[in-house]
Design a protein around this ligand. Structure first.
Ligand SMILES: O=C(O)CCC(=O)C(=O)O
Ligand SMILES: [Fe+2]
Length: 351
């Protein structure tokens, strides 16, 4: 029997952006919330349109990525930071996303993407005594002069969109409006800009290499922009990998670990990976930018009331910072998480 095609549902989010939608009790918002609930239960990924991030902002971000990643490797390496900081430049083959789940890649190679990360800093909240470990100072590449302004512009838009999406998710989960506010009022947010390419002659290419290994995202929700080169794959509830190609002006939203923990897996922190196409031994270059809306470092994430049925295992409470630190230690330093993760079991049973 032919299997039905794998579809990442598309949701028009514009009713939540409309004037006066703060009260979001319109019939349109209710429809959007219901569509989000279905997508989050069944797929854990959703394409959103009507998001109002201007095309010009995305174009500037794309050019900024080209400007920075086009620099010589030795120049880019000036912008590396210590592995505990989750900021700045990560050269090709320096990280392994599947190790964030404690799963070694089949070929024991690190992922071949290179990346640059910026995020929320302590200085944004001068009245709070925030830990530098979670709110590390950004480094900006002076060798790519237009990078900072373009990235800050996109970051600001993505941050606003993430808060609107959380309001829609709050409705979709049928918890009271504002329920999550105290857990996101100094949210750690980060933008990871990825370039899947290997500069010729600079890094040895192994034909088995993985673009980005299987992982779940660490926070509440992710807003993912990707160019039109294929490569992203999602692990479906059928345990099979499926290609996911967002429409041209759509953004992909996916749920992270905090959402899975809150909902006791009613909503999935969906496992995904990236394998860009290889033609004649050459990788077709692909770019993406993942905006992670992670929540306050000290927010304790535990199942929402009513989500754990008698006798069913719930997730033990964990703070946002503890979850991120454990996963970043796997990703950047190969340190296996000390607890067995439900997500790891899913990766290991994938077909
Ligand atoms: O490149 C992509 O499409 C996905 C990137 C991603 O999953 C991540 O940065 O966490
Ligand atoms: Fe991801």
């Amino acid at each position: 029997m032919p299997t039905s095609p794998f579809i990442v549902p598309t949701v028009d989010i514009s009713p939540y952006l409309a004037e006066g939608a703060r009260a979001h009790n319109s019939a349109e918002c209710a429809r959007v919330a219901a569509e989000l609930d279905t997508a989050c239960r069944e797929v854990g990924f959703v394409q959103i349109v009507g998001h109002r991030i201007p095309g010009a902002t995305v174009d500037r971000l794309t050019r900024a990525l080209d400007e920075f990643f086009g620099l010589p490797l030795e120049t880019k390496k000036k912008y590396r930071r210590s592995s505990s900081e989750n900021r700045g430049y990560s050269p090709p083959v320096s990280e392994s996303l599947s190790m964030s789940l404690g799963v070694q890649s089949a070929n024991r190679m690190n992922d071949f993407y290179e990346a640059f990360i910026v995020g929320t800093e302590t200085t944004e909240y001068p009245d709070l005594d925030l830990p530098e470990a979670s709110y590390a100072t950004n480094i900006w590449p002076g060798d790519a002069p237009s990078f900072r302004s373009a990235v800050e512009e996109y970051f600001t838009h993505a941050q606003e969109l993430a808060r609107i999406l959380l309001a829609a998710f709050t409705d979709a989960l049928r918890v009271e409006p504002g329920y999550f506010d105290a857990m996101v009022d100094h949210s750690i947010n980060a933008l990871k800009m990825n370039n899947y390419a290997l500069p010729e002659g600079e890094v040895a290419f192994d034909g088995d290499a993985t673009g980005m290994g299987a992982h779940t995202d660490f926070g509440i929700l992710t807003i993912l922009w990707a160019d039109q080169v294929p490569g992203l794959q999602i692990l479906g509830s059928d345990n099979a990998w499926h290609d996911a190609q967002p429409a041209d002006d759509a953004l992909l939203i996916n749920l992270g670990d905090a959402m899975a923990r809150w909902t006791n897996d009613r909503w999935r922190s969906t496992v995904h990976r990236v394998n860009p196409p290889i033609t004649d031994g050459q990788i077709i270059r692909r770019r993406s930018a993942a905006f992670f809306f992670d929540g306050n470092h000290d927010a304790v994430i535990e199942p929402l009331p009513g989500t754990v049925v008698d006798g069913e295992p719930g997730y033990p409470p964990i703070t946002v910072a503890e979850n991120i630190a454990a996963k970043v230690a796997g990703l950047k330093a190969g340190v296996k998480p000390t607890v067995a993760l439900r997500e790891a079991a899913r990766v290991l049973s994938a077909r």
